[in-house]
Design a protein around this ligand. Sequence first.
Ligand SMILES: CC(C)(COP(=O)(O)OP(=O)(O)OC[C@H]1O[C@@H](n2cnc3c(N)ncnc32)[C@H](O)[C@@H]1OP(=O)(O)O)[C@@H](O)C(=O)NCCC(=O)NCCS
Length: 157
Amino acid sequence: MNIINFNKKYSKQLSELWLSPEITKNTLSTKTRTTPKNLTKKLLKEKQNSFLAIENKNVIGFSSLRPFEGRKNHSADFVIFVSPNYHRKGVGTKLMKKLFDRTKKLKLKRIELSVFSDNKKAISFYKKFGFKIDGKKKKSLQRDQKLFDEIIMGKLI
Ligand SMILES: CC(C)(COP(=O)(O)OP(=O)(O)OC[C@H]1O[C@@H](n2cnc3c(N)ncnc32)[C@H](O)[C@@H]1OP(=O)(O)O)[C@@H](O)C(=O)NCCC(=O)NCCS
């Protein structure tokens, strides 16, 4: 398995993985934002901050750091996911390490995320990397007509 910077030749595969049931269930992006065309347009600009995990020419994971602007320009949030067939094999760890390398390179002071309160896998994954729960926005997210708390986690670098 290799981790490479985003390359537009993988946009279609990345979009398919992003729109697969386990990933859409747990991420906040909309379908329109994750079409191959929109991914290519957006991620090409952020190539240095976006990573693909590739196994036998297939996209099996993705991470992307999204630095904020203005008063928050010392910090960033990010997206990360791994194909369910490859969970718990260290792929997420490699993708997360790439994000930490970028935060150091960009001299950021804080990295943060928000996660569905029922996403125990991800919460335990983030805790392993030293993220702490900053707070909870009650019933701020919805999925399948149900409301979920949004857990905000952060890590100072
Ligand atoms: C969260 C996610 C990216 C983790 O990726 P992964 O490749 O499975 O993670 P790793 O194999 O590198 O696991 C690293 C650590 O995370 C924790 N972890 C991962 N999966 C876990 C699980 N199912 N249960 C408990 N802890 C888990 C463990 O501490 C693990 O270390 P260990 O295996 O030595 O115990 C993956 O589960 C995923 O893509 N989920 C769906 C999309 C998603 O929820 N993205 C985050 C949205 S906020």
